[in-house]
Design a protein around this ligand. Structure first.
Ligand SMILES: *[C@@H]1O[C@H](CO)[C@@H](O)[C@H](O)[C@H]1NC(C)=O
Ligand SMILES: *[C@@H]1O[C@H](CO)[C@@H](O)[C@H](O)[C@H]1NC(C)=O
Ligand SMILES: *[C@@H]1O[C@H](CO)[C@@H](O)[C@H](O)[C@H]1NC(C)=O
Ligand SMILES: *[C@@H]1O[C@H](CO)[C@@H](O)[C@H](O)[C@H]1NC(C)=O
Ligand SMILES: *[C@@H]1O[C@H](CO)[C@@H](O)[C@H](O)[C@H]1NC(C)=O
Ligand SMILES: *[C@@H]1O[C@H](CO)[C@@H](O)[C@H](O)[C@H]1NC(C)=O
Ligand SMILES: *[C@@H]1O[C@H](CO)[C@@H](O)[C@H](O)[C@H]1NC(C)=O
Ligand SMILES: *[C@@H]1O[C@H](CO)[C@@H](O)[C@H](O)[C@H]1NC(C)=O
Ligand SMILES: *[C@@H]1O[C@H](CO)[C@@H](O)[C@H](O)[C@H]1NC(C)=O
Length: 553
């Protein structure tokens, strides 16, 4: 479907060489041990190739996905398609959050949404929204390709559930097969703390879920025993294990959902939430991802997939580290670790204009159909994760390189990635240090490797970030020549990764994505511009060049 983009193959033949540390100040090289077969426990969690999704807060949705189907921001089309093109299964999108929990669905509304309060609390922005909301979801999927949607339903006012019922049946009607699940309640474990519900606890919550499901069945929004609802979407005060044990598992849930951030800036920036070293230390990842391991593994045994429906660096809008290259690396590390710890999918969260951890921001909230978008560093994490999985199934394990799972002095992380046949397919390597690091792959693992590198000058960088030579430009498009490095690895190979960086090292040809994922050209909506500019000569040349490059190796 897509033309192959022009790309550069940097062919480097190396002979395995045992000497290392030639330069006194460079760290000792590290031998990567990648077991031929995954351990039996890892075989329990085979993930699909749409492991990474994007989670949106409802309130800014019209500034991101547009106000009408005929004018959806070209940048957003490209941002979404870049991810969708790197997977075979539908791109996962969730719309929800605190704001959605406090929002009202109004069937007669003609705009996508409108702010419901003049001066809302910025971490909980309620809106009124109407059927056009679903039109723009469908409009984007028609442009970008297969997508599946998680839609939030509120549990804040169970005595007055009519509005939620209307929303649920409309979502089913208008989204059809694109509706992945309805997520019942957003962070109900904070309802009491936020004053939404008086003295709310798990014992009150479980029977209310039963009542909610009955009323959704009553109006025909869901069928008896149909698996289309998910939850509990807890974050903070309740454990998944306790919620399941208290009886949530009696209901036919499609997914169990959790949300998590390692730090928060709800009371402003402080030395803890601005500590970039926390995010560049792999030994912090296991406890971050594993904070609900009992519940996650209980769900796994029951065969219900667990989704991390919201994650990012610093809750309540981020801190000054949230837009840096450090969090691009961290979002990759947290994503891969989640795959190794029984999660079925993870969603990076993005919010209204100006939030520091956002994946992308329009030039202004009012001009999102224009170019001039800002790409946030976590978006590069999403691109990397989209390419880390394979059609048919993927198994990911943490290789504990240099004892990095527990050692706070390790500056690396390494994951082994197996394909659907449980064969070694690739490595994901992270070098958090400011200096280059040599990783040694022993002989007998791969005949040859093809490598893509995500890098930036240092962990503080916010814009000069490149993924295999390409940087996301102001229309959400990847610009620059794609650079795939190729090396023989027959007798082992030494991979020198710049510091800081992350690399995908694929064992063979054509495994790494090499297409052109731009679908919407710049200026589609600018005054009198044609709606598409195919540039036939350039595309044909690119295809030709791409084919030649392919034939060279
Ligand atoms: C990628 O595709 C877009 C849209 O079709 C096109 O404008 C652009 O020139 C292509 N880029 C390359 C490098 O082929
Ligand atoms: C790495 O492997 C090489 C070759 O097997 C061996 O000589 C070297 O001692 C190993 N280094 C470490 C740090 O284990
Ligand atoms: C129920 O909620 C709707 C809006 O969601 C509101 O208009 C209506 O007044 C509420 N009814 C009661 C009895 O609170
Ligand atoms: C929940 O609150 C009710 C009423 O305050 C109390 O009786 C019950 O024990 C509480 N349940 C839990 C699990 O704390
Ligand atoms: C910053 O994070 C590092 C690594 O986790 C930790 O060792 C250090 O104590 C933290 N510093 C502060 C001020 O929290
Ligand atoms: C973030 O702010 C803290 C405290 O003001 C400061 O020490 C630190 O250097 C800042 N970090 C970045 C990446 O700007
Ligand atoms: C994943 O869940 C299975 C149970 O289904 C368990 O055997 C395995 O140890 C879990 N993996 C991790 C990393 O906890
Ligand atoms: C490897 O671990 C050793 C011992 O903990 C540590 O001194 C060294 O800095 C680490 N090197 C890297 C590249 O992680
Ligand atoms: C961008 O970063 C690369 C290293 O990743 C560096 O070589 C290049 O000079 C930087 N470009 C600018 C404009 O700073």
């Amino acid at each position: 479907m897509q033309m192959s983009t022009s790309y550069l193959i940097l062919s480097v033949l190396t002979v395995f060489s045992a000497f290392n540390g030639a330069h006194a100040s460079s760290p000792a090289s590290l031998n990567v041990t990648f077991p031929e077969n995954p351990p039996a426990s890892a075989l329990m969690n085979v993930i699909e190739d749409h492991f990474i999704g994007v989670s949106f807060e409802l309130s800014p949705f019209d500034t991101l996905w547009g106000e009408s189907v005929s004018r959806q921001p070209t940048a957003m089309q490209n941002y979404m398609h870049n991810l969708a093109a790197r997977m075979s299964k539908p791109l996962r999108i969730r719309i929800g959050g605190n704001g959605m929990d406090g929002s009202t669905y109004i069937p007669t509304m003609t705009s996508v949404l409108e702010q419901a309060e003049a001066d809302p609390y910025f971490n909980d922005i309620p809106v009124n929204f109407g059927p056009m909301f679903f039109e723009i979801l469908n409009g984007m999927a028609d442009k970008v390709g297969p997508m599946q949607f998680l839609i939030g339903l509120s549990m804040r006012t169970p005595d007055n559930f009519t509005n939620v019922e209307t929303l649920a049946s409309t979502a089913r009607q208008l989204l059809g097969d694109r509706l992945d699940a309805l997520l019942l309640g957003n962070e109900p474990d904070l309802y009491a703390g936020h004053g939404e519900r008086d003295a709310y606890n798990i014992s009150a919550y479980i029977p209310e879920i039963g009542v909610a499901l009955e009323s959704l069945k009553g109006i025909g929004a869901i069928a008896e025993d149909e698996k289309i609802v998910g939850g509990p979407t807890t974050c903070c005060s309740w454990t998944l294990y306790d919620v399941l044990s208290a009886g949530l598992d009696q209901y036919p849930y499609k997914f169990y959902t959790l949300q998590h951030y390692p730090k928060d800036a709800c009371s402003g920036e402080d030395p803890d939430n601005t500590n970039i070293t926390y995010f560049t230390t792999h030994s912090n990842i296991e406890s971050f991802v594993g904070w609900q391991t009992d519940g996650v593994n209980k769900a796994q045994k029951q065969g219900v997939p667990v989704l991390l429906t919201e994650y990012n660096s610093v809750a309540c809008g981020g801190s000054n580290i949230s837009a840096t290259f450090a969090t691009a690396l961290w979002s990759i590390d947290a994503g891969l670790k989640s795959a190794s710890m029984n999660y079925s999918a993870v969603y990076l969260h993005t919010r209204e204009f100006g939030v520091q951890y956002n994946l992308f921001d329009p030039p202004t909230p009012e001009t999102s159909t224009e170019p001039g978008w800002r790409t946030g560093s976590p978006y590069y994490g999403a691109l990397f994760l989209a390419e880390s999985t394979y059609e048919g199934g993927t198994i990911i394990i943490d290789l504990n390189l240099n004892n990095s799972i527990t050692s706070p002095t390790a500056t690396v992380a390494a994951y082994g990635i197996y394909n659907a046949n449980a064969e070694r397919a690739s490595l994901a390597l992270i070098n958090y240090a400011g200096v280059s690091q040599v990783f040694v792959v022993p002989s007998g693992v791969a005949e040859k490797v093809q490598i893509k590198i995500l890098t930036a000058p240092d962990v503080y960088e916010k814009t000069n970030i490149s993924w295999a030579g390409q940087t996301v430009s102001t229309n959400g498009d990847l610009e620059g020549d794609l650079q795939i490095i190729e090396m023989s690895c027959k007798s082992g190979c030494q991979l020198t990764l710049p510091g800081p960086s992350a690399a995908l090292v694929a064992f063979g040809d054509g495994i790494l994505f090499s297409g052109n994922s731009t679908i919407a050209s710049i200026g589609s909506y600018l005054s009198n511009a044609p709606t598409s500019s195919p540039l036939p000569h350039l595309s044909l040349f690119a295809l030709f060049f791409g084919t030649c490059a392919m034939l060279l190796f």
